[in-house]
Design a protein around this ligand. Structure first.
Ligand SMILES: N[C@@H](CC=O)C(=O)O
Length: 311
């Protein structure tokens, strides 16, 4: 596992995979299945693994946290950069930061708390979390009202933030006043698009963001990395044609539940059995499995074609 401090190059060098977390029937960690998924991602060229919403870190207790960190340290390749999440509530984030500060992970992402929270309170909380952790964190902006751009800018100026994951969903990602303000106050080289392949083209093309996070990268890492390369080359026609391969699965995710569909897609594709979802989420009903299996297998085949072309 890579342990160097975070730089903008780190944020840009790989799509940031946001994988699900595999569990056994009794909800214990399924190390073999988690490792199979990490190996699949690494074989497709992905070197950044961010464990957050898709792994349901929102519901992980402090008691289980050290065991999860042990497993992530063991399953990641030498060159992979692993970012665990902390929070979303302040008390849990501080307790997890105390566990993390003795570990080699280069940073952690602070999950956003919707309620009860104010922008000033969230800024103050992140300052205290960073004081406890003693390393800058990644800030996750998922909804309006959690942190204002000014709060984020102040945290940056004070060296508290290593990067921002920006994930507020808009009907048209090009029309985004919050993001336009944020990139005026914080250099976009520190900000990654956080909503998968669909808005990534607009976020990188029109706002200059450094890279993007993705769940569907877990099925087609070579596809997501090809999209990243096309965006870096500013080849937007090629970018759109690559993104088209993801839309069947992304449509199902957006229509049903992004996290739950991804969890089942990894299982049904055969990459690894993700098992039961940790409460308070539940597995997607079987009536949707046929459509998810087809979309996942189509995307996996696309991944295989890219890998064999590159070989
Ligand atoms: N939510 C996005 C990106 C990850 O955070 C996805 O799952 O594709």
């Amino acid at each position: 596992m890579k342990t160097m401090p975070v730089t903008p190059d780190d944020l840009a060098r790989s799509v940031l995979a946001v994988p699900p977390l595999a569990r056994n029937a009794d909800l214990s960690l399924n190390k073999a299945a988690n490792q199979a998924l990490v190996k699949h991602l690494e074989a497709g060229g992905v070197s950044t693994l961010m464990y957050g919403g898709n792994a349901n870190f929102y519901n992980i207790g402090v008691g289980e946290y050290p065991a999860i960190l042990d497993m992530l340290e063991e399953i990641a390749g030498n060159q992979s950069w692993v970012i665990p999440s902390i929070g979303p509530d302040f008390g849990r984030a501080v307790d997890q930061a105390k566990i993390l500060r003795d570990r080699a992970f280069p940073t952690a992402m602070v999950l956003p708390l919707q309620f009860p929270s104010t922008p000033e309170g969230a800024e103050a909380g992140i300052r205290r979390i960073v004081e406890t952790y003693a390393k800058p964190v990644i800030v996750y902006i998922k909804n309006e009202g959690f942190l204002e751009p000014e709060n984020v800018a102040r945290l940056f100026e004070d060296g508290m933030v290593a990067g921002v994951k920006y994930a507020i969903v808009r009907d048209d990602p090009r029309r985004d006043e919050y993001l336009a303000e944020l990139v005026k106050l914080v250099s976009p080289k520190h900000i990654v698009s956080g909503i998968g392949e669909r808005p990534a083209i607009d976020h990188l093309r029109h706002f200059g963001l450094a890279c993007f996070t993705s769940g569907s990268v877990c099925i087609a890492p070579a596809g997501s990395m090809a999209l990243r390369a096309a965006l870096k080359a500013k080849d937007y026609e090629q970018s759109e044609s690559i993104r088209d391969h993801f839309l069947e699965l992304e449509d199902l995710r957006d229509g049903l539940s992004p996290i739950r569909v991804l969890h089942e897609a990894v299982t049904l594709s055969g990459i690894g059995d993700m098992g039961p979802m940790l409460p308070t989420l539940s597995n997607i009903p079987e009536q949707h499995h046929a459509a998810i299996r087809k979309a996942a297998k189509d995307l996996l085949e696309y991944n295989a074609r890219l890998l064999s072309k590159a070989a």
